[in-house]
Design a protein around this ligand. Structure first.
Ligand code: GTP
Ligand code: MG
Length: 585
């Protein structure tokens, strides 16, 4: 069994773009093979490219140089970070005039790098480090922000620019970034571009504010703040209780981009109308009806894509392309092209609360809304009885649906514990995943997935999810919305903090919260991990803990790496048990 121990952990993944997972693409296929039918291809798609920052900059260049909008997005987000400092937002801008700074940039790639430098100036941090050690700069949660920033380049690796540019802004953030980009730009030409980009990329309409010419920084900004706070008002209510609001600074909502549920309205394209016309040419006055049929409307298709990490880029409304109208001379209208909604693997499609489909395989498609059939031209109605039909029918309206999309992380094992128990530290200790670690609660805001690789090439995916606290099922803390991510985990690793006064009560509370979310969830195959064994008081508590629980307790120290081998081996035992059980139970 000892030979199964991995050498050093070599691969990892991060679910959210905020993660710093480092697995290469090749690891994905291996894991997919091992995940069994219940866990196909899942978390693999969620892996991210290695984040050597110099490589980011290099490889980000083609992306950004090909689309200027990227620079604008990024600018907007940087500006958000600054504004996250509270009232410093404006004053910082005055320290460094953004307009002239931007206008001196020659291309988007340079803008990107320039901002990096600018960011470094402001915060004393650059993206040159692959470690998410930003907490030293942002003890109040800005670490998460900068962390997400550093993963920006990673996004560019494995997705088209459009996807990555939309990815970072949940709800109104994209609007915000556009406005901010506009705000920062002094050139009228650039402003025009920004407006155009907005309408074409985001497809929003009726958002008057922020689209006119810049009227002066402060008024524009205050206008923004109003709309932004409204947008986030609704977001907060769906995400977390009052605890969540007080725990995180304002920038948390601004920069949060991992989205695991979306409600989408789908309006498939309507069919084009049929034409009514008659052929006419010299010496052939009554040439008969020649009105062509209209084209069919474009359908809307949901497609699972392993390169998509979250539902952040899914917009609230999708409108399919309408079919073209038929024309004279028997010309048929063109069919509307299908519209694709790309979603991560593990997305569950629901309608009115009922699960319709589970998107678990890369490339899997679901035709969610049918386009309407095109109308018939008058040629269609030609018959022996009626030699000159005038009738032409309009196209049929496309199907309309409202669906809920829910992302559920797919991993073999889920780390469950109170905030600060050391879940992220543990994931770092046993895999190469690099979730942020800090001494304040709720450091982790998105699920992260790391891979434990064994010498026989088996791979076990371990998910780190945000901390759960007592009353989480009543939406305290970050609530239990994240529990949906461990719903699919085949086994649970309860991480207990042995520096807490009574770690065993933590265990009871965790089990209770899990069962409140889904009865029986806490009964999955599990191990209890007694973390922080390096502390002096831990040994004594370990004995009490062992006497209080019947399950196996594995004492470890995520900080020093002490006894993590036992954990890795036990993980493998659980995994083997899962495979023997058919791989789906
Ligand atoms: N002494 C000691 N400290 C630890 C150990 N593991 C984690 N810590 C510290 O505990 C604090 C919290 O660690 P995290 O890994 O961020 O905890 P978490 O469970 O991921 O926290 P949330 O993300 O907030 O839920 C950090 O300051 C770690 O350095 C350990 O084994 N020993
Ligand atoms: Mg954490």
């Amino acid at each position: 069994m000892q030979s199964l121990l991995p050498a050093p952990p070599t691969s990892s993944m991060s679910l959210g773009p905020g993660g710093m997972g480092q697995s290469g693409g090749h690891a994905q296929s291996n894991l997919n093979d091992n995940m069994g039918p219940a866990l196909p291809a899942t978390s693999m798609m969620q892996s991210q490219m290695s984040n050597v920052s110099m490589m980011h900059q290099q490889s980000a260049t083609p992306h950004y140089s090909s689309a200027q909008a990227g620079g604008q997005h990024y600018q907007g987000q940087q500006a958000m970070g600054m504004m996250g400092q509270g009232s410093q937002g404006n004053s910082m801008m005055s320290q460094r005039p953004m307009g002239s700074y931007r206008s001196s940039q020659q291309g988007s790639a340079q803008q990107y790098m320039g901002q990096d430098e600018f960011y470094g100036e402001q915060y004393g941090h650059t993206q040159s480090s692959s470690e998410p050690i930003n907490q030293q700069y942002y003890p109040d949660g800005h670490g998460e922000y900068s962390y997400q920033q550093s993963s920006y380049g990673e996004q560019g690796y494995d997705r088209s620019f459009d996807e990555s540019s939309q990815h970072y802004y949940e709800g109104g953030n994209s609007q915000y970034s556009q406005q901010q980009a506009q705000y920062q730009q002094s050139s009228g030409q650039q402003q025009a571009f920004s407006q155009q980009q907005y309408s074409s990329q985001q497809g929003y309409s009726g958002q008057p504010q922020g689209y006119g010419p810049v009227q002066g920084g402060s008024s524009q900004y205050s206008q923004y703040q109003q709309s932004q706070s409204q947008q986030y008002g609704s977001y907060r209510s769906s995400q977390g209780g009052p605890g969540a609001q007080t725990q995180r600074p304002f920038s948390y909502e601004q920069t949060r981009h991992f989205v695991d549920h979306r409600r989408v309205k789908l309006l498939a394209g309507s069919g084009g109308k049929g034409a009514s016309s008659f052929h006419s040419e010299p010496r052939k006055e009554w040439g008969g009806p020649d009105g062509g049929n209209g084209g069919d409307g474009g359908s809307i298709i949901i497609k699972a894509d392993r390169f998509v990490k979250s539902l952040a880029q899914v917009v609230p409304v999708y409108k399919g392309e309408d079919g073209e109208s038929g024309g004279s001379k028997n010309c048929y209208g063109r069919n509307g092209s299908p519209t694709y909604i790309r979603v991560p693997l593990g997305t569950v499609v629901k309608e009115q609360g009922k699960t319709i489909l589970d998107m678990t395989e890369h490339g899997q498609e679901y035709l969610a809304a049918f386009g309407g059939a095109g109308g018939k031209g008058n040629r269609f109605f030609l018959s022996n009885e009626n030699r000159s039909p005038m009738t032409a029918t309009p196209g049929i309206t496309g199907q309309e649906r409202v669906l809920q999309l829910e992302l559920r992380t797919m991993a073999h094992a889920g780390l469950v514990g109170f905030p600060n128990a050391g879940k992220s530290s543990l994931l770092r200790a046993i895999t190469n995943a690099r979730p942020a670690v800090a001494a304040y609660p709720f450091t982790t805001l998105n699920p992260h997935v790391g891979i434990v690789k064994y010498r026989d090439h088996e791979q076990v995916a371990v998910a780190d999810i945000p901390g759960i606290i007592r009353g989480a099922h009543l939406n305290r803390g970050l609530g239990i919305s994240f529990l949906r991510h461990i719903e699919r985990c085949r086994f649970l690793l309860f991480v207990l903090d042995l520096s807490a006064p009574e770690p065993w009560t933590q265990l009871q509370h965790l089990r209770y919260e899990l069962d409140q979310y889904e009865p029986g969830l806490s009964q999955r195959p599990q191990a209890i991990i007694a973390n922080k064994m390096d502390l002096s008081e831990a040994q004594e508590k370990l004995e009490t803990l062992k006497s209080n629980v019947s399950q196996r307790v594995i004492p470890v120290s995520a900080l020093t790496g002490q006894n993590t081998e036992e954990l890795i081996l036990h993980l493998r035992e659980l995994y083997d048990g899962y495979l023997q059980g058919g791989g789906n139970g």
